[in-house]
Design a protein around this ligand. Structure first.
Ligand code: NAP
Length: 296
């Protein structure tokens, strides 16, 4: 109890009534569970590879805030890692989905509709590019590598949004994950930066289309976090060091911080926000810090 609240009992008139008020407040605090910002909502989290995935940070925050979640996995080997994580947050909707496969995408959303009927939110946390395409000079990008990166990392957001929107309740929210390489030339990010630029533009055009149905579409631009996908990016260790040094907070962000901000964007607390790219990067993007990788 704080000093201020203990003083509540001292002196003044009508102490009995004050004690009763205090009792009511304490009873409410201890007896009632605080209502989470996603209480009563059902949502899909796409893109968990393991417990280091950004999508897992979102899943943990959304569960804490009261949401019921559904998940995808890519192939049998990933099912072994995704299923235990999904079950640990009480999920009973865990289905295969490779976003390059339209038939599997239709099947996935048909299962979601059969089990839940409607949907309140979707998180798209999926990206892929051939490692060589990230390591070789950007100017040597092949047509094949360009198509692959843009298809999996940008078009897939449009593809899942168009299916999710059909079963989404008004007030629904779609969030995707981007990176600063969309708007700055970051060494070692190459074709993925072009894919993220397309993803951020898609976020704005989806927001324009889906706004009339009361559906919001936003992107989170996260600072670097050590994950499986990140290991494909150039010299990621140096990128992280530079990002921490050049940021306003002097440190990198965590999976939890990206999860918490995403939970806000999924919730009604952000009901007036759409078409936005929201940076969760310790303020790196507003500074003059160089995200590039040192040559030495
Ligand atoms: P991650 O754990 O490796 O997640 C990427 C996910 O995309 C994996 O689950 C991956 O599955 C999935 N994926 C790839 N191809 C797919 C396909 N065809 N169909 C379905 N799923 C597919 O890495 P992460 O860092 O959390 O990445 C999540 C998102 O955050 C990505 O969009 C990434 O660009 C973005 N982001 C990451 C950072 C960072 O520093 N980590 C910063 C900003 C933005 P597989 O593992 O089986 O390929």
């Amino acid at each position: 109890m704080s000093e201020g609240s203990s003083c509540y009992f001292l002196g003044g008139r009508n102490n009995g009534a004050r004690f009763y008020d205090y009792f009511l407040i304490m009873f409410k605090r201890k007896g009632d569970h605080p209502v989470g910002i996603l209480e009563g909502k059902k949502g899909l989290i796409l893109g968990i590879a393991n417990n280091k995935s950004i999508a897992w940070g979102v899943a943990q925050a959304a569960t804490r805030e009261g949401a019921e979640l559904g998940f995808n996995y890519l192939g049998d080997s990933l099912e072994k890692r995704v299923r235990p994580l999904a079950e640990s947050v009480g999920s009973t909707l865990i289905e295969p989905l490779d976003v390059t496969d339209d038939a599997q995408m239709d099947e996935f959303f048909a299962k979601v509709e059969a089990q839940w009927g409607t949907l309140d939110f979707l998180v798209h946390s999926i990206a892929f590019a051939n490692k060589d395409a990230l390591h070789n000079p950007f100017s040597t990008t092949t047509r094949e590598d360009f198509h692959l990166a843009l298809d999996i990392s940008a078009y897939s957001f449009i593809a899942v949004a168009q299916r999710a929107a059909k079963i989404m309740n008004p007030g629904g929210s779609l969030v995707t994950m981007s990176y600063l390489g969309a708007v700055r030339a970051v060494p070692g990010y190459g074709v993925m930066g072009v894919a993220k630029a397309a993803l951020e533009a898609s976020t704005r055009y989806l927001a324009q289309d889906l706004g009339e149905h009361g559906i919001r579409v936003n992107a989170v631009s996260a600072g670097p976090i050590r994950t499986l996908a990140a290991s494909a990016v150039g010299d990621f260790r140096k990128l992280m060091e530079k990002s921490a040094r050049g940021s306003m907070l002097g440190r990198n962000v965590t999976q939890e911080e990206v999860g918490n901000t995403t939970a806000y964007l999924l919730s009604d607390l952000s009901s007036g926000v759409t078409g936005e790219v929201h940076y969760v990067d310790s303020g790196f993007h507003i500074g003059a810090g160089d995200p590039g990788i040192a040559q030495d």
